[in-house]
Design a protein around this ligand. Structure first.
Ligand SMILES: Cc1cc2nc3c(=O)[nH]c(=O)nc-3n(C[C@H](O)[C@H](O)[C@H](O)COP(=O)(O)O)c2cc1C
Length: 330
């Protein structure tokens, strides 16, 4: 099984990837099973440290993930086995940045994804132990700031992405960022199959994120009902709203309706108190846990496979696209 050639990617990924792909970090969705399955299949598995309620729990997760991936790598010397990546919310509202970062340093997590804020305070500590920082960016101003802060790579959040989404057109954004930045670029938003993954590389990206596609896998922590809704959702079933998180977020319209809310009558902005502000019947419903996020690529998600099977399919689609044989969805 040939590893993916890495081009502009850091040496730490040499021979470690089957595809130029990161299974994106997702709040309440990415846990140890998903991360480990991804790394074993040769795609970078990532998770937000916020998925652990405490740093002790993060310690447990890191022990398990790094040990299981290392054991699998030793047992399969010929296989590309990807590294674990951790996502730190670097926004000042996160009180655990320093503690979580100290743990990532202890486990020497090679790829740290800095999101929702400037990576300036994490670049130094991560570089000190030999790790690299990938920074989320949604505008050319963010590109310039992240590059100036010393980020090693950029994750371009584009329109229609799951979670707190970008707004830029991916064609325009990748071309502009590629002209301005020499390091690795990861395209995020709307990618659910090997054809789109190959297209991201053609545009000038070195890697891509898939988030929504990995919600509907056997190993994800999403509930069965959430997975089913992602499988059934069309592109038109995604509502873009600031109502739940204060930032533009892609939500599954069906889950907003199921919580007793009118997707067309949400407040314009702000982390709302659902029961108080909108509908007392919806008391107890919580964003992310009961009101679910997914991106436009939900349209391209038609099943709930095991990660290993999904990656086999993505490799086939990617190879076909590279050979000019892409026709439609796999
Ligand atoms: C349910 C959900 C939760 C997410 N949580 C996070 C998060 O905690 N941290 C983060 O950096 N990105 C988060 N994201 C964004 C993803 O990492 C990624 O940018 C996005 O899913 C890519 O777009 P796609 O869903 O179209 O593939 C989340 C996305 C989803 C769908």
């Amino acid at each position: 099984m040939a590893p993916h050639r890495t081009g502009r990617l850091p040496a730490m990924l040499d021979g470690r990837l089957r595809l130029p792909l990161i299974a994106a970090p997702m709040f309440l969705v990415s846990g140890p099973e998903l991360v480990i399955a991804c790394c074993r299949a040769g795609v970078i598995g990532s998770f937000p440290t916020a998925n652990c309620r405490t740093t002790d729990e993060l310690d447990d997760w890191l022990t398990r993930m790094t040990a299981e991936v290392a054991t699998f790598r030793e047992a399969n010397p010929g296989l590309p086995v990807a590294p674990v990546a951790a996502n730190l919310i670097v926004h000042r509202s996160n009180p655990r940045v320093a503690e979580d970062l100290a743990l990532l340093a202890r486990y020497r997590i090679g790829l740290v994804i800095a999101s929702v804020g400037s990576p300036e305070h994490v670049v130094g500590p991560v570089h000190d132990y030999g790790g690299l920082v990938l920074a989320d960016v949604a505008s050319m101003r963010h590109v310039e700031k992240a590059a100036a802060a010393g980020a090693d790579g950029l994750i371009l959040l584009t329109a229609g992405a799951g979670g707190q989404t970008g707004w830029a057109n991916p064609f325009a954004f990748v071309r502009a960022a590629r002209a301005a930045f020499d390091g690795p670029i990861v395209l995020a938003g709307g990618i659910a199959d090997g054809v789109a993954l190959r297209a991201a590389e053609t545009l000038g990206a070195d890697l891509a994120y898939m988030g929504t596609r990995f919600i509907a896998t056997r190993e994800s922590m999403a509930s069965e009902a959430y997975k089913r809704m992602v499988v059934e959702a069309r592109l038109d079933d995604i509502t873009l709203t600031r109502a739940f998180t204060g930032l533009p977020t892609s939500m599954l319209t069906g889950s907003i309706v199921a919580a007793g809310l009118d997707p067309l009558a949400l407040p314009e902005r702000g982390a709302i108190d659902i029961a108080k502000d909108i509908n007392p019947e919806a008391r107890g419903k919580r964003r992310w846990r009961d009101i679910w996020s997914a991106g436009h690529s939900a349209e391209g998600v038609g099943d709930v496979p095991a990660v290993a099977r999904l990656v086999e399919r993505l490799v086939r689609e990617y190879d076909d696209a590279e050979a000019g044989r892409a026709t439609g969805r796999g």
